[in-house]
Design a protein around this ligand. Structure first.
Ligand SMILES: C[S@@+](CC[C@H](N)C(=O)[O-])C[C@H]1O[C@@H](n2cnc3c(N)ncnc32)[C@H](O)[C@@H]1O
Length: 356
């Protein structure tokens, strides 16, 4: 992470994206990448200080720029280009809307708290897999003294952002070369990561003593409160089991929420806490606040029935798009079926890097 806004950043030795395997050395992408006609506004993506003005560096920059926006179009959805094929959820407008809506669900479910870890005066902050950057934007607004970096494979973040925030296109599975952070945030990365202990060790090694890591993750399998009375919706079961199976096959498991606490403890984090919050997946609860959460979460789930699975089922499990569409139409029907009191467990896991 060597953004021009970050005076402590490690300089980039070689900006060649083909040979870039080190997170934190990849340049924040320059505004020039918007020139290739891509619709996403990337003007906030600062040029790296190590990029000079000579032609060869500009060539590298241009190829990096076009490389990250040469998106894969597949079965009506659009997927990331940088490190193509790594991440199986789309990055198109519909998915960006879903991520922003989901952010609202997190806010409601966590009583408006952006952070559950007991941080004080956070300085350098990293949002790993920032998506549309909506959490990072809110955090940077709320903590104007901090310097926030949001990192993602896709340059889908807006251009109009707080001055203490920068976005970078990078692969968080590469070796990190950051200067230390006081707080690292990871949300909804289930199904994205091959080696969680390695990612979390890198986070540990890039935290200041007493710095905090926070993981916010839904369990992949939804639950039915009144299952004894109405049973489990069969197509939702098939969808979620298929998703789980595909994630395991490609080695990017969705089983994160229930494992994270153990991983943090094994790595050496201290004061590890876990909070589990029950989030209704439709507006079935009587309680007004829960009902409101259910309204938004139901829309998220309806949209997620396409993003969470289409590529998993077609690319990994060999289904046709039509087969997938038929299943997801039934999934949506079941999600709207008022008989099923569906909910999901949201886990928030925090851990502190010890003083020594
Ligand atoms: C489900 S989205 C969550 C986005 C955001 N954390 C949020 O909660 O709104 C997962 C994000 O992780 C990013 N991602 C997945 N694998 C990644 C990787 N290896 N390096 C960087 N970003 C990655 C995806 O591009 C996507 O934007």
């Amino acid at each position: 992470m060597s953004g021009s806004n970050d005076p402590t950043a490690v300089p980039v030795a070689s900006p060649d994206p083909q040979h870039e395997e080190t997170l934190g050395q990849t340049a924040p992408i320059d505004a020039g990448l918007a020139d290739d006609g891509a619709s996403d506004d990337t003007s906030n993506l600062d040029g790296d200080s190590a990029f000079g003005d000579d032609g060869s560096e500009r060539d590298s920059k241009t190829s990096l720029s076009s490389g990250i926006t040469k998106y894969r179009e597949e079965n009506g959805r659009r997927y990331h280009a940088y490190r193509d094929g790594k991440y199986l959820l789309p990055n198109d407008d519909a998915e960006q809307d879903r991520l922003d809506l989901h952010h609202h669900v997190f806010n409601l479910a966590l009583d408006g708290k952006l952070v559950m870890a007991p941080i004080k005066n956070p300085q350098r902050v990293l949002d790993v897999g920032t998506g549309t950057g909506i959490w990072a934007i809110d955090f940077a607004d709320q903590y104007p003294e901090s310097h926030v970096i949001g990192c993602d494979l896709s340059p889908i973040q807006p251009g109009w952002i707080p001055p203490n925030l920068e976005f970078e296109v990078d692969d968080i599975e590469d070796t990190w070369r950051h200067n230390p952070f006081s707080y690292i945030h990871m949300r909804s990365l289930g199904g994205s990561i091959k080696d969680w202990p390695n990612l979390l060790s890198q986070a540990y090694n890039h935290l200041n003593p007493n710095g905090w890591l926070e993981i916010v993750e839904f369990e992949v399998l939804i639950r039915v409160q009144n299952e004894q009375d109405v049973g489990f919706p069969p197509m939702i079961k098939k969808w979620q089991e298929g998703l789980h199976d595909a994630g395991e096959r490609i080695g990017r498991s969705f089983e994160v929420a229930t494992q994270a606490k153990k991983w943090l403890q094994e790595i050496g984090f201290e004061d590890v806490t876990e909070e589990v919050v029950k989030v209704p997946d439709s507006p079935w609860p009587r309680d007004r606040r829960q009902k409101e959460i259910g309204v938004y979460q139901q829309q998220n789930m309806l949209d997620a029935s396409s993003s969470y699975g289409q590529a998993h089922f077609t690319r990994v499990l060999g289904w046709s798009k039509d087969e997938y569409d038929i299943m997801s139409a039934t999934v949506r029907k079941e999600l709207k079926d008022k008989r099923y009191h569906v909910y999901s467990n949201l886990h928030v896991i925090c851990g502190r890097r010890p003083e020594n």
